[in-house]
Design a protein around this ligand. Structure first.
Ligand SMILES: Cc1cc2nc3c(=O)[nH]c(=O)nc-3n(C[C@H](O)[C@H](O)[C@H](O)COP(=O)(O)OP(=O)(O)OC[C@H]3O[C@@H](n4cnc5c(N)ncnc54)[C@H](O)[C@@H]3O)c2cc1C
Length: 300
């Protein structure tokens, strides 16, 4: 008979890892499924000092991610790394998640509770399938954009938010031959707009051809795309959870429970007011405590 875990947690970023850690320390039996080879989520993409976490001065996002990995392993949480949850269906007494392992092997796990902590992914170019790639077109933000050598290159930066403006300034300071920022409208904070200046910044409609790496007919060596984020939880579509108009999963703020009993959503996939490492980890704690209370109730 297959083991029934107290919680199947999908995603080992700050939200899912924190939930798993707390559940294990509270004496419950979670299992954590993570698509990549490491825990820590988007922090693995941040090589810079993460000065937003009051107790970790000077520590980089990548070090925060590595610490998450150490903490979850120390708590003895069962892990399935390099394993993607492809589908979740209700089953007797809970849910059953279908898993795709590193060698394409398909298995299932079952849980009395499901915790969705699968975060967000950067939006690609509209009109193309999610995850589509082209040589010289980088979808950001993240470490590949930071690690890129820009010396002597012509670069187009696309987007009107903070990340586009911040990276425009970053590339301009790293020896690029020409850098242009294309923004249909400006949503970035004033500090970034001011630092970007007006030379090289084009506001208004534009067209992109990723195959020829051109914007408005002008060819570039590199195109960097910053079109924001979208939730990634298609594996849970069949559960018909209530979502907001952008696809983020709606939850009860006090418990992190979704519109379906015993299914929780935490971290960026549930779109908190200010998503970051700290709010995502706090969400994990909220869900863990709610799950503990749920299964401690008489009759459960
Ligand atoms: C470049 C960059 C810099 C940042 N800098 C900071 C900073 O300095 N300070 C700060 O507080 N925040 C920062 N953030 C934001 C912070 O990283 C996120 O808010 C936080 O990681 C969100 O946590 P999460 O657990 O909700 O999601 P994520 O970190 O996105 O984790 C989700 C995890 O779920 C996994 N997953 C997705 N789908 C599946 C599936 N089907 N099956 C199994 N696993 C799956 C993913 O692989 C991922 O590991 C930064 C983000 C970026 C991109």
């Amino acid at each position: 008979m297959q083991q029934m875990h107290d919680a199947v947690i999908v995603g080992g970023g700050p939200a899912g890892a924190s939930c798993a850690l707390w559940l294990a320390r509270l004496g419950l039996s979670p299992i954590l499924v993570e698509a990549s080879a490491k825990l820590g989520g988007l922090g693995n993409d941040n090589p810079f000092a993460d000065d937003w976490i009051a107790v970790l001065p000077g520590v980089t996002g990548q070090q925060v991610a590595a610490n998450i990995d150490v903490s979850v392993r120390a708590a003895g949480v069962p892990l399935r790394l390099q394993t993607r949850v492809s589908r979740v269906l209700p089953c007797k007494g809970g849910i059953q998640a279908s898993l795709m392992g590193p060698d394409g092997d398909e298995t299932t796990v079952r849980g009395r509770t499901l915790v969705i902590a699968s975060g967000v992914r950067a939006k690609g170019l509209p009109g193309h399938p999610p995850g589509a790639t082209w040589p010289g077109v980088l979808i950001g933000p993240g470490s590949p954009i930071v690690a890129q050598d820009y010396s002597g290159l012509s670069v187009a930066v696309l987007g009107g938010g903070d990340n586009a403006f911040e990276n425009y300034v970053y590339v301009r300071n790293r020896g690029a031959r020409a850098v242009h920022l294309y923004a249909r409208s400006v949503r970035a904070q004033q500090q970034w707009v001011t630092r970007a200046g007006t030379e090289g910044v084009r506001i208004g409609p534009y067209s992109v051809d990723p195959a020829s790496r051109s914007v408005d007919g002008r060819q570039y060596d590199l195109i960097l795309v910053f079109y924001g984020w979208e939730p990634q939880a298609a594996f849970a579509d069949s559960l018909q959870l209530a979502r907001d108009d952008r696809g983020y999963i709606r939850t009860d703020v006090a418990t992190a429970e979704t519109s379906v009993t015993d299914i929780y959503a935490i971290g960026e996939v549930a779109h908190r007011m200010h998503p970051c490492v700290v709010t995502s980890m706090a969400d994990g704690v909220v869900a863990a405590k709610a799950i503990q209370r749920r299964w401690e109730r008489p009759g459960n």
